[in-house]
Design a protein around this ligand. Structure first.
Ligand code: S0N
Length: 289
């Protein structure tokens, strides 16, 4: 592999901070893009709360995810937490009102579910880079990412049944797909915490590395992915989703087929014929066996 493609560089990513996204300043998160490389990094920046998220945190992450999706220079997105003690400790229990998580507009909402779907539908790989705790909704966020690289100090688990919450959506179904039905029931029913090594063995994450090499190793995975065909990655992610996401998954996969078809002479013949007010001539296009 190395002879054909060359060694994957291990140097540190030089990050460029982006403080304002879609005309609004970021408060709860940091957003960075690598100088000269197609990597974006979104960091939940509430370490004093173990990076627990409130509605504003989620809104900001979603805004940056949209920016990264729309930026043609970006091919991979890292989601992480500030500091070494936590990736994310789930929903901020201090802003959980009588009816749910409450933002400045006083409206209770669970917008983290929208973020889960956004990560799922993102046509570029999203990599969770986990140091410390990934618990509750934080563990679900790392599960929704395509790949998870964890530091050896990482701790995973659900606390829902202890703190009066649960995720009966992807938080349950995706977990069962990753670790199997029996293990998923154990994780949710007992609400225990698991080491990075245990998480690796049960298929919850992809790799465990020493804490001081976490970003270096994550960058290597990103650079390896970035060498590959963006269209192949995009369609593969849609295909892996489609088998499990029902009509929504098929829509995503079907959308990719249309995207590619629009770029073919055959697809363009129909458009041109309409604009030129003539019947389309599809006779020159092959009927592949
Ligand atoms: C993470 C833990 C284990 C870390 O323990 P440690 O290192 O001993 O630190 P602490 O002293 O406990 O914490 C330091 C400070 O951080 C505050 N803090 C930590 N976590 C939270 C949090 N989640 N909300 C608010 N504050 C938090 C501590 O209070 C402390 O502050 P001070 O020093 O001022 O006292 C440990 O902290 C822990 O167990 N945390 C709570 C984990 C938890 O229960 N999280 C919530 C779980 N529930 C959800 O996430 C629901 C998620 C949700 O929104 C959802 C709902 C339905 C469907 C889907 C979802 C979804 O998320 O996907």
């Amino acid at each position: 592999y190395e002879r054909v493609h060359g060694r994957v560089p291990r140097h540190a990513v030089r990050w460029r901070n982006i403080a304002i996204v879609h005309k609004e300043r970021l408060k709860d998160i940091k957003y960075e893009k690598g100088h000269g490389e197609g990597i974006a990094k979104i960091t939940i920046n509430r370490p004093e709360k173990r990076n627990a998220f409130r509605p504003e945190t989620i809104e900001e992450i979603m805004r940056c995810m949209t920016d990264a999706r729309d930026d043609p220079d970006i091919g991979v997105i890292i989601l992480t937490g500030a500091g070494t003690q936590a990736f994310c400790s789930g929903g901020d229990q201090a802003v959980r009102g009588e009816g749910g998580y409450v933002g400045p507009d006083r409206v209770p909402r669970l917008n983290v579910l929208d973020l889960q779907v956004q990560i799922r539908r993102m046509p570029k790989p999203v990599i969770a880079m986990v140091a410390g705790y990934a618990v509750g909704g934080g563990n679900i966020l790392q599960m929704m990412c395509d790949i998870t690289i964890a530091a050896d100090n990482a701790v995973f688990g659900q606390t829902g049944p202890k703190v009066g919450s649960f995720d009966a959506g992807y938080g349950s179904t995706q977990m069962a797909r990753l670790v199997g039905q029996k293990k998923a029931r154990e994780i949710w029913f007992l609400a225990r915490l698991y080491t990075a090594q245990q998480a690796l063995e049960m298929g919850l994450i992809n790799n465990v590395v020493p804490l001081d090499r976490l970003e270096e190793e994550t960058a290597v995975w990103c650079r390896e992915i970035l060498r590959n065909s963006p269209t192949a990655l995009r369609v593969l992610k849609a295909a892996l989703n489609a088998a499990e996401d029902g009509q929504a998954g098929l829509q995503e996969l079907g959308g990719n087929a249309t995207l590619l078809f629009y770029q073919t002479p055959e697809g363009n013949e129909g458009r041109k014929a309409y604009l030129e007010k003539r019947p389309p001539d599809f006779s020159k296009f092959p009927r592949f066996p």
